[in-house]
Design a protein. Structure first.
Length: 131
C-alpha cells in the first residue's frame, strides 16, 4: 500500500531538551531516517525511492537523501538507537517511520515520547556529522 508521509511537525520543541536542532535540520534528518527505513531497508528491490518533495511538497527530504550514501545513513540511524532507552526505541521508530501519533501509546507520557524522539533525531544528525 501507499506510504503516508507527512511533514515533520513544527511544534516538536514544545518540551525542554538539550537535543534541539534548527527546524530545517530537524526535518532534513527526519526525512533521512524515513528514507533509511522505508526505502533502503524495506524497498531494496525498487529502483526509484519515494520522492519526499513531491509527496510532502517539502524539498527538505530530497536534500537529505542526496547528502549521504544509503549505507552511511543506515549506519547512522542504527548507531543512534543507543542514545535512547530500549523501551522507547520501538515507539520512536513507529512514530517516525510509520506515522504513529504521540498519544497512541498509553503507557508513555507524551512529553517523554517527544523528548526521546527529538533526542534520537539529534543523534542521527550527529552521527551524520550535521551537528
Amino acid at each position: 500500500g501507499a506510504v503516508n508521509i507527512k511533514k515533520a511537525k513544527k511544534n516538536h520543541y514544545q518540551i525542554e531538551t538539550a537535543y534541539k536542532l534548527p527546524d530545517s535540520l530537524y526535518r532534513m534528518t527526519y526525512y533521512a531516517i524515513r528514507h533509511a527505513y522505508l526505502d533502503v531497508i524495506n524497498n531494496k528491490d525498487k529502483a526509484k525511492p519515494y520522492d519526499f518533495g513531491e509527496i510532502t511538497k517539502d524539498e527538505t527530504g530530497n536534500i537529505a537523501t542526496n547528502h549521504v550514501t544509503d549505507e552511511y545513513l543506515l549506519a547512522a540511524c542504527e548507531a543512534a538507537w543507543k542514545s535512547i532507552p530500549g523501551e522507547y526505541r520501538g515507539p520512536v521508530y513507529e512514530h517516525i517511520v510509520e506515522d504513529m501519533k504521540y498519544g497512541e501509546i498509553p503507557y508513555i507520557h507524551e512529553n517523554t515520547f517527544k523528548r526521546y524522539t527529538s533526542q534520537y533525531i539529534w543523534f542521527v544528525a550527529h552521527e551524520l556529522g550535521w551537528v
